[in-house]
Ligand binder design. Structure first.
Ligand SMILES: Cc1cc2nc3c(=O)[nH]c(=O)nc-3n(C[C@H](O)[C@H](O)[C@H](O)COP(=O)(O)OP(=O)(O)OC[C@H]3O[C@@H](n4cnc5c(N)ncnc54)[C@H](O)[C@@H]3O)c2cc1C
Length: 381
């Protein structure tokens, strides 16, 4: 039997960032993952740090996204210092190009939407865009510059975050699948694993990505589901690409500037269950979008393809905050924004657990929005 202050279920970027935050506050923390750590959505992500909403449903998320982007430089510094590893964090902005439809009108809407949400976004005359990014496709009709956006390398970041958490004393337990929460009367008092091990804890944090809904007793609070995204990496030997580039059909994220450059391109949004499959149709779609953004990429070698399962939620907002039973906190459902939201999520959960205070309103993301009534939890595991 093991006893911790906090047990975190799920070893993705969310679980790892919370573990690092709590371990720095001198709490005894354990992260349990059913597989190896950081092999799921957090490993698959592109690494854009963009607080812009990609649909109207995501607008309530913008303040949290902005706050997280502001936390990023200090978060990266702390993680890199503690781990001795680089995270591939890059500032510099993103260019969004529009290739179809009523492009001028789309551009004004894009700029107005950003300004209304307090996000920097300026129309970029095409000759300026071509100077900033000479490889940009000549078929672009209009473009905008988003100067505050950044990018990071999620695989490096996740590795550094867990190394940082371990350096501060966090216990990392891959291969520990949580099969139930353990209750002591009405309080959540730990978890039980598939192997029958019990981990006692003052607080349990549920951060199991799209699988959160599969943990018994967690499902009513966290009706998460998988949303598959396919990705590819290209080896680009042509004109270096300096910015994150996006169009209406896809995006590409350069990793560093040295030649040959690795360019990560994505992504699909598919409701295909828990099956992780890279398909010819999916890859065709993302490569077409990449080649339109930068036609030179048609000559680039495909060096890797992969996919990951984003943790979707019914209203496309994350699930953050305490349940209506003591000792149980949720940090899941980050859908397309978990890399961006990791620093803010860690700070929110860390401050709430240790000081019962929050630095930004998380009420819109409460797990109680799904439950309606409280659930009977008198059984013990
Ligand atoms: C293709 C793609 C591109 C993306 N691009 C971006 C991007 O550019 N920017 C951005 O901000 N976000 C992006 N995202 C979204 C981001 O990756 C996710 O929101 C984020 O990784 C979610 O992190 P997580 O830790 O909640 O989940 P995960 O990384 O999926 O981790 C959950 C972990 O929980 C474990 N687990 C599950 N069940 C149990 C159990 N019962 N017991 C123990 N462990 C369990 C799993 O094994 C897993 O390791 C992208 C996602 C994908 C798929």
């Amino acid at each position: 039997m093991k006893t911790f202050d906090v047990v975190i279920v799920g070893g993705g970027i969310i679980g790892g960032s919370i573990a690092f935050d709590l371990a720095r506050r001198n709490l005894r923390v354990a992260v349990l993952d059913r597989r190896e750590l950081m092999q799921e959505a957090s490993w698959a992500a592109a690494g854009m740090l963009s607080p812009a909403p990609d649909c109207p449903a995501a607008i309530p998320l913008v303040p949290l996204g902005r706050a997280s982007l502001e936390l990023y430089p200090k978060f990266v510094e702390a993680v890199e210092d503690a781990s001795g590893q680089s995270t591939g964090y890059r500032m510099g902005g993103a260019i969004e190009a529009i290739f179809r439809g009523d492009a001028e009108r789309e551009l004004s809407t894009l700029v107005a939407l950003h300004h209304g949400l307090g996000l920097a976004c300026e129309p970029l005359p095409l000759d300026e865009a071509m100077k900033m990014e000479p490889a940009l496709g000549r078929d672009a009709r209009v473009a905008a510059f988003l100067p505050d956006e950044c990018s990071i390398e999620p695989r490096k970041l996740s590795s550094a975050v867990f190394a940082a958490a371990a350096s501060k004393g966090a216990t990392l337990r891959p291969g520990a699948e949580v099969v139930s929460l353990a209750f002591d009367k009405k309080k959540c008092a730990g978890v039980k694993t598939f192997g029958g091990e019990i981990f006692h804890a003052g607080q349990v944090v549920l951060a199991a990505g799209c699988w959160s809904s599969q943990v018994p007793d967690a499902a009513p609070y966290a009706p998460t589901f998988p949303v598959r995204g396919q990705m590819a990496a290209l080896r680009h030997c042509g004109t270096p690409i300096g910015y994150v580039l996006r169009s209406e059909d896809g995006y590409l994220v350069p990793r560093g500037l040295e030649s040959p450059q690795t360019i990560v391109v994505g992504s699909t949004i598919e409701h295909a269950g828990y099956e992780k499959l890279v398909t010819s149709g999916g890859i065709e779609k993302i490569l077409a979008a990449a080649n339109e953004l930068v036609p030179e990429l048609a000559k680039a070698e495909i060096i890797e393809t992969w996919c990951g399962l984003r943790p979707g939620t019914p209203d496309q907002l994350p699930i953050l905050g305490p349940a209506d039973v003591d000792g149980l906190v949720f940090a899941t459902g980050h859908y397309r924004n978990g890399i961006l939201l990791a620093p803010a999520t860690a700070k929110l959960v860390g401050e709430w657990i240790t000081e019962r205070r929050i630095f930004i309103d998380w009420e819109p993301f409460s797990p109680l929005r799904f439950t309606g009534a409280s659930v009977d939890r008198s059984a013990t595991a």
